[in-house]
Design a protein around this ligand. Structure first.
Ligand SMILES: Cc1cc2nc3c(=O)[nH]c(=O)nc-3n(C[C@H](O)[C@H](O)[C@H](O)COP(=O)(O)OP(=O)(O)OC[C@H]3O[C@@H](n4cnc5c(N)ncnc54)[C@H](O)[C@@H]3O)c2cc1C
Length: 375
């Protein structure tokens, strides 16, 4: 049950105390750390709480893919929000990757990503997205021939050159250290049980799929969803430098710098059981992941790490950022539908900008009120 990423020791961090905070951020993952950092840089007195330690939620348990865009494909997003808005969202997330690269040091590698089609139907979908990306002026490449071990398995692939791969726990711990340097007090292992205990400060809830109990009417509408991951023994040959994902993102894998195959997904072998906030591993998903990796590599690999984490699913595949309906001075940023490494960072910055009174036009699309309508 240990995340490979979190097994690396956390580096020391500056100890800060903030009396009488103006803003309390709940959740010390990528979103909360980014929001707290930007608010403190702007001169706010900020305290950041987490029931666990920094990055011990999904931010230290994920696949490590740093992907541009929204959770849905670019053309699908354009259909739902309009071409111009979808384009603005894409540019915004590409800039967020640039910022991540400038802050993340050795926890980020800009290697691109490879979105694979397992059959002709998925190939057609990817081709439509590829054409929409190119027409809108975004970098993208179309691939139809593969080297082993991908050869013969996939119909085509769409390469996203601006993407990259993270050691996500190392990255978010680094972000927390930057926040502390900027003056944020971090209170780890301190679960916030109610808004009343926060003494009237502005509250920003950054808990994505983990039920916080702080979101009033919209509590539960960012649906807790379990993702499971394995990391194998190190493999000497290098096959998967780039994050790979196929079957609409239900399978994803890449190779760490020390050669391990990190693979996640296969929620669809047991859909109903995976809509949960329980981090236990299950045999059907774990066995499917192990079988998949062994089949891909053509030999039996030992699993050294296996873990689960919870992400927040939203039925329209757009994040949820803004004021929480019916609550006084409570804000939320979350609901990335399994796509939160870049979006979480960008939405943490976005909610901070809104709190600082800046003009943030994209937020209209992310308004939490809409959850009351889509259920
Ligand atoms: C298995 C898995 C694989 C994934 N793979 C990818 C991927 O490859 N690429 C990608 O982009 N995204 C991926 N995601 C999604 C991504 O990890 C998340 O969307 C992102 O990390 C969310 O960050 P966050 O800071 O918003 O929330 P989290 O990192 O989940 O942090 C929320 C924190 O809130 C705390 N909390 C909750 N309630 C309270 C309370 N009342 N008081 C105090 N603390 C509280 C929790 O302890 C937790 O630490 C994956 C997610 C999972 C689970």
């Amino acid at each position: 049950m240990t995340s490979y990423w979190l097994s690396e020791p956390a580096p020391p961090r500056r100890e800060v105390r903030v009396d009488d905070p103006e803003v309390v951020v709940v959740g010390a993952g990528v979103t909360g750390c980014a929001a707290a950092l930007r608010l403190a840089e702007a001169g706010k007195r900020v305290r950041l709480y987490d029931g666990r330690a920094v990055a011990e939620g999904a931010s230290g348990r994920n696949g490590g893919f740093a992907l541009r865009g929204m959770p849905a494909a670019f053309d699908v997003t354009a259909e739902s929000v309009g071409e111009e808005t979808a384009r603005a969202m894409m540019v915004w997330t590409e800039r967020a990757i640039d910022t991540i690269e400038s802050l993340a040091g050795d926890s980020f590698r800009r290697v691109g990503s490879l979105r694979l089609a397992v059959d002709e139907e998925e190939r057609d979908e990817l081709r439509t997205e590829y054409e929409a990306l190119v027409a809108a002026g975004f970098a993208a490449a179309w691939i139809e021939s593969f080297e082993p071990p991908l050869e013969g398995r996939f119909a085509a692939a769409l390469r996203h050159p601006p993407d990259g791969v993270l050691q996500p726990a190392r990255w978010v711990r680094r972000l927390a250290a930057l926040a502390a340097e900027a003056g944020v007090e971090l209170r780890e292992h301190s679960r916030v049980a109610s808004l009343e205990e926060l003494g009237g400060a502005t509250v920003v809830v950054c808990t994505d799929g983990y039920p916080s109990g702080l979101l009033g009417e919209i509590e539960g509408l960012i649906i807790p969803t379990r993702g499971q991951v394995i990391a194998t023994e190190p493999v000497p040959e290098r096959f998967f430098e780039v994050p790979h994902y196929g079957r609409h993102g239900f399978d994803y894998w890449h190779q760490t710098e020390d050669g391990r195959i990190v693979a996640g997904g296969f929620r669809d072998v047991s859909f109903d059981t995976e809509f949960t906030a329980d981090e236990h591993l299950t045999d059907p998903v774990q066995n499917a992941l192990h079988r998949f990796v062994n089949d891909l590599m053509g030999r039996e690999l030992r699993v050294d790490y296996a873990w689960a984490g919870i992400f927040g699913m939203v039925m329209d595949f757009l994040p949820v950022v803004g004021r929480v309906p019916e609550l006084d001075d409570v804000w939320v940023a979350g609901g990335y539908s399994g796509h939160g490494n870049v979006l979480g960072f960008a939405c943490g910055e976005l909610v901070a900008a809104a709190l600082l009174g800046k003009d943030v036009p994209l937020m209209a699309q992310f308004d939490p009120v809409r959850l009351l309508n889509i259920g």
